[in-house]
Design a protein around this ligand. Sequence first.
Ligand code: SF4
Ligand code: SF4
Length: 456
Amino acid sequence: MRFPLALTAKIARHIVKHKLLRTSKFALVLQLEPLHTCNLTCTGCGRIREYSTSLKDMMSLEDCLASATDCDAPMVSICGGEPLIYPKIEELVVGLLEQRRIVYVCTNGMFMRKKMKDYVASIYSPKLEPKIAKLLEEKLITDKDAETIRKADEKARAKVTIRPSKWMYWNVHIDGLEYTHDLIVEREGVFKECVEAIKMAKILGYQIATNTTVYKETQVQEIEQMFEFFSSLEVDGHTISPGYEYDAAKKDMVKRLNKQPEDFFLTRKMTREKFAKIQEWGERFTIFGTPVYQEFLAGKRELTCTAWAIPTRNIKGWKAPCYLMTDGHYGRYQEMLEKVDWNKYGVVDGVARDPRCENCMVHCGYDPSGALGTNYQRGDNWKNLKYNFSSKPKAYYEGRQVNAFNGWSIGKGHLAEAKAAINSAPTKGSNGSGCASGDASQHNDLLAKITNKKDA
Ligand code: SF4
Ligand code: SF4
């Protein structure tokens, strides 16, 4: 099966239950942001900007767990900021698993190895020596780490840790191969750390997914190579979504500067071009997301936004209308459902109800729309079911040949190059919103300059 049976069955049961109850709107995935602090400062990241005044604030553990109960989504995606900075992250993961939810920990990968070392220390016995030997052989831990694990004291053994579970995935943010990824996250060595964390997670039996945002300057060929490379590491799945810009002021720029939208952001047309091969990717790799959403991304059908199905909860409350736009925060999920005029958002028959929605095709607005939205077509449920139950694509071991380490690892430090490129070209403005799947203009800008410089 492409996805574990228990997980597929859980989600199917949730949808069927609400269909039978005729619930018009309900949550499928909770995007939980316990904090907005991050150890990175990725180009264009809106989370660390939109919430810059509340970076030090965080939700209590109780509030986080109560939010999951409040919306009762079967899946919870813990994001942020960087969720591994959240002091109670272990308790949060354990608490959500105890609530019998499917948990995704969306991380930039920098603290994963530390968390996994804590786990190994907490369960250490001589039986684990073969795994420790493997981790040492692959240089994923040091001799000193191994000694610390072996000498774990009572406190280390009693520590709550994030353990491998069929109900939990590490979801690692990867936006390209080494050069591109390190450039976007603005720190050299991050890609390498992510790869090492992924290798370590696989040895220890965790489930791993990658999470990629496609920007205007993202090369489709690089995305394919990235899938090939991570498939060779036996990654369990990939989420992929188009980058998004909603700054209505850019509309104004079109008017005032007489520029075409294509000059500076990923339009629907461009998204469809970039994702033209997504169904083919879905056959070759374990792409998370429904085939109906894949058809939408490839431009083969329309969908209406169902942002209420993937709600976001953070320190300020339930964020409406969606993960990307903030028109208000509400105390309870039901209150948000009732008070927001959902008919004001999305694109219907090619017409944007809100200008900010015009170019949005992101997964948190549209992935569940085939099953839950108004564009349901006969056979959609069967199509989704067939996709989930079909056999999982085999690992693509030829992907080991991909030149993934094409930047910092081979002494091609991009930061100096990026700085030179930035200094040599004027900078366009950006409203800087969105974490990973948010505002793309700064990423586009930076990547365009690098591409131009390379071409030159
Ligand atoms: S995009 Fe994610 S990893 Fe990067 S700075 Fe923002 S919160 Fe941190
Ligand atoms: S179309 Fe996109 S931006 Fe608009 S409400 Fe839906 S998810 Fe949000």
